[in-house]
Design a protein around this ligand. Sequence first.
Ligand code: GAR
Length: 196
Amino acid sequence: SKRVAILISGGGSNMVSLVRSMTGDHPARPCLVLANSADAGGLARAAEMGIATEVLDHRPFKGDRGQFENALHTVISGYAPDIICLAGFMRVLTEGFVSRWQGRMINIHPSLLPKYRGLHTHARALEAGETEAGCTVHEVTAALDDGPILGQARVPVLDGDTPEALAARVLEMEHQLYPAALRRFAAGDRTPILLE
Ligand code: GAR
């Protein structure tokens, strides 16, 4: 089966949903959870599930993204993944790294791309008066939060929504969308999935 490395920066709820999905006849299995900070809550959750974990702290690289990415590539390559899933990994990856994994690396982003690339997606969607929001799984290319879309899920914006309330509603859909999109991608199917 395909080997999947999952990169996280935080609590790792998407990572957990991905790991839980990779059982039975699923074409992939998790081989690594890597965080760019030892503080990432998802590391303990991965270890509890019996997944190998690594920490590569970006801070000692002092802004030298190239050096950080070379080290990242070395650590990840040690686990020989076929696919990398970015799951709340909050480091921008540059062309040098992305090109080495292009076609094999996917990301989940908390907006209906191409709208709201970057940070603070929910606050920006509310500010703009959107009536719906959602999340997108896409192949990672050198352009930020761009690349072929593998799936999207939509949720309504409700009266009185705060960024936090909207984020929670979207996150629930992320936990459905990302496993579904990974399953297809791992099977070599790039047909986009649409969830309502
Ligand atoms: C998720 O909402 C994910 O879409 C978002 O961070 C959260 C991570 O939550 N990713 C980005 O904003 C990427 N720029 P998690 O750690 O519980 O999966």
